[in-house]
Design a protein around this ligand. Structure first.
Ligand SMILES: NC(=O)c1ccc[n+]([C@@H]2O[C@H](COP(=O)([O-])OP(=O)(O)OC[C@H]3O[C@@H](n4cnc5c(N)ncnc54)[C@H](OP(=O)(O)O)[C@@H]3O)[C@@H](O)[C@H]2O)c1
Length: 243
């Protein structure tokens, strides 16, 4: 099998690449910084004897739609597509400069849609078996922190459901993982308000669930209850919540 991991050089994407390599998948890893990407790829080749193609691409750039061409030229159409890349911003509280807003929207939303749109014919024909998107529990309800990030993730989750609906008659599964706090560099040294989960745990779950029509799932599962309660809170209580 051939797996494409967008954002495969760190955190959840790196763990996912490791779990896929363990089962012998050929890998295509995409990230913006070659300094992380190349050592990760070299390690996977050495430990698992698999083929790993690396593509350096900034998903915040204007040419993300051409990424499919680069991937297919380098390694052909993948069996599995994982859009794991994501980006947060410490000051995402309502007054970001336009360049930062654009970047958050590009990495978390626009580039994902461009890429999935480009691969749509391969999904429809069943050449791609599963598409995995990574959302966030931050998009459960609008709060005064992570404002652009959460809005972009909300859009991605919505689009993934639309894609699942569009592909319901095909053999391609579209899955979304709504992830809670994870112990990665994305937390940027901030102490999470709830216990974080190890990314390898989530990566194992994602690999176990491949080829299953599961739709959107929360990881860990208790976030389903937590976000349901959050959505049901009346405004006068919700406005005091500081998560
Ligand atoms: N960590 C959490 O607490 C948490 C919570 C909820 C949801 N999530 C979501 O889970 C996913 C994985 O997060 P993580 O914590 O594993 O993140 P991470 O450790 O920061 O890794 C992010 C990955 O995305 C790549 N990436 C970021 N910006 C990019 C860009 N402009 N162009 C190309 N690649 C880019 C990074 O590579 P380069 O740096 O080389 O570009 C890296 O491989 C994300 O979608 C995130 O939004 C995370």
């Amino acid at each position: 099998m051939k797996s494409l991991v967008i954002g495969g050089s760190a955190g959840l994407g790196r763990q996912l690449a490791g779990r896929l390599a363990e089962r012998g998948d050929e890998l295509v890893l995409v990230a913006s910084d070659t300094r992380d990407l190349e050592p990760v790829a070299a390690d996977l080749r050495a430990r698992h004897g698999i083929s790993v193609t690396t593509i350096v691409q900034d998903l915040g750039g204007p040419d993300a739609a051409t990424l499919k061409m680069r991937i297919v030229e380098a390694a052909g159409v993948p069996d599995y597509v994982f859009y794991v890349a994501g980006l947060g911003h410490l000051d995402d509280t309502g007054n970001l400069p336009q360049t930062d807003i654009d970047r958050l929207i590009d990495v978390n939303f626009r580039s994902a849609l461009s890429l999935l749109n480009a691969f749509f014919p391969d999904m429809e024909q069943g050449a791609i078996r599963t598409v995995v998107c990574v959302g966030s529990v931050a998009s459960a309800r609008g709060r005064g922190s992570n404002m652009v990030y959460a809005a972009a993730k909300c859009g991605l989750t919505f689009y993934a459901e639309a894609l699942r609906h569009r592909l319901a008659a095909s053999s391609c599964c579209v899955q979304t993982y709504l992830v809670g706090f994870m112990d990665t560099t994305m937390l940027d040294g901030r102490a999470p308000k709830l216990p974080p989960v190890a990314p390898e745990e989530i990566a194992r779950r994602i690999v176990r669930n491949l080829d299953r029509d599961i739709g959107a799932v929360y990881v860990p599962a208790w976030w389903l209850l937590a976000t349901t309660i959050l959505r049901l809170l009346p405004w006068w209580i919700f406005k005091r919540v500081n998560l």
